[in-house]
Write a protein that binds this ligand. Structure first.
Ligand code: GLU
Length: 373
């Protein structure tokens, strides 16, 4: 399949994949999955796992109790199952010498910019240290209004958040057909979707598989979030884990939704469009040159003056000493902290503040310079 070679991939496992259609986690299948993911991680691909299956694992642990089907019972079951689910991933990855870390998110975490950035930074730090993030919705707390509801959407948002190169949604279907192949003999398989149109959405219908929450329609929703941000998305069967690696080598599996060549959802647009700067940072000409011409992060050593009062993670305007706005970005230090460490090298931050929050004032990933405004 003709795709850019991915460096960071988000792989979402539906409940039906982890249970193989049964009513409990299928360990023999999960071993194969983990073997494949560990092989990819060893070959230099950064792997993020989004795992469903907390409800299924919880029901298994509790001995399939007959409970009224309501939200509070589902949440209760998930608290038991999430633990078991994560432990299973942890034990299996440890066979191959990899550590995993658990991240549980709700919609509220992704809508709040500060929590969103914190989650992003944590996941990125894990990837740098070859710790495999295992992510699920925080089902115990995700009540209507704050919940994402399905892991297809969650995995797409995570892929956008960490700027992944590829999103793989593994399910019990081979991919997208023109109509339901179980009911329509004339259904044709779709290999590539260059653009998600209403016609494509209609093909997904409202299908929901076995124990999972999603279906083909949530996969299309997920694909539209990811592809709008330039991320290729593949919906494929999770029956043969070795196919994940084969896909990355160019093999044809499932349906590829092509990432847009002109992503409209830029994270930096959020910085510029959605927030009024809380203050200004004035930088010397060396720092101005570095951020404008070399796309560098802004270091406190290049800051000459701080105006206004702001906390960490707020949007600030970055200005030249003449006051010209060079760009806007999210600061990693508060105005008080910056006033103390400006003009200093990062080696000295600890001595001055008694702690440090990294060497940069505004990271390049969080800095939209004038050309981008
Ligand atoms: N968070 C749910 C679970 O782990 C799964 C949601 C979904 O299937 O999309 O049970």
């Amino acid at each position: 399949m003709n795709m850019k070679t991915p460096k960071t991939i988000v792989v979402k496992f539906g409940t039906s994949v982890l249970t193989q259609g049964g009513n409990r986690l299928c360990l023999s299948h999960m071993v194969e999955i983990v073997r494949e993911l560990a092989r990819l991680e060893s070959s230099g691909v950064q792997v993020v796992v989004v795992s469903s299956g907390a409800q299924a694992a919880g029901r298994e642990t509790l001995g399939y109790p007959k409970l009224p089907k309501n939200l509070i019972n589902r949440q209760m079951v998930a608290t038991v199952g999430q633990n078991r689910l994560f432990n299973t991933w942890q034990n299996l990855f440890s066979i191959y010498g990899f550590n995993v870390g658990q991240i549980l998110l709700t919609g509220a975490d992704l809508e709040d910019r500060v929590r969103y950035l914190n989650a992003r930074d944590t996941i990125k730090a894990m990837l740098e240290h070859k710790i495999i993030p295992v992510i699920n919705e925080n089902d115990a707390l995700a009540t209507p209004g704050i919940k994402i509801g399905d892991n297809d959407n969650l995995s797409a948002r995570v892929a956008v958040m960490i700027e992944a190169d590829l999103l793989v949604l593994l399910t019990d279907q081979k991919g997208l057909y023109t109509s339901n192949p179980e009911k329509d003999k004339g259904a044709r398989f779709i290999y590539v979707v260059p653009e998600i149109t209403d016609e494509i959405r209609a093909m997904a219908g409202g299908s929901v598989s076995g124990l999972g929450t999603g279906g083909m329609s949530t996969k299309i929703e997920a694909a539209s979030i990811a592809t709008m941000s330039g991320i290729d998305t593949v919906v494929m069967s999770g029956a043969e884990p070795a196919n994940i690696g084969d896909l990355l080598k160019g093999g044809s599996h499932g349906t590829l939704f092509r990432g847009s060549e002109n992503p409209v959802l830029s994270r930096k647009m959020w910085i510029v469009a959605c927030k009024v700067p809380s203050g200004s940072i004035f930088v010397d000409s060396g720092a101005a040159k570095a951020i404008l011409e070399r796309g560098s992060s802004l270091l406190p050593s290049g800051i000459k003056k701080v105006e206004g009062e702001f906390g960490r993670r707020e949007v600030v305007s970055v200005r030249s000493l003449e006051g010209k706005e060079l760009g806007r970005g999210i600061t990693r230090y508060s105005s008080k902290e910056l006033s103390l460490i400006m003009g200093h090298h990062s080696d000295e931050f600890e001595k001055i503040l008694g702690y440090e929050c990294g060497s940069v004032a505004v990271h390049r990933d969080d800095l939209a310079v004038s050309e981008g405004i």
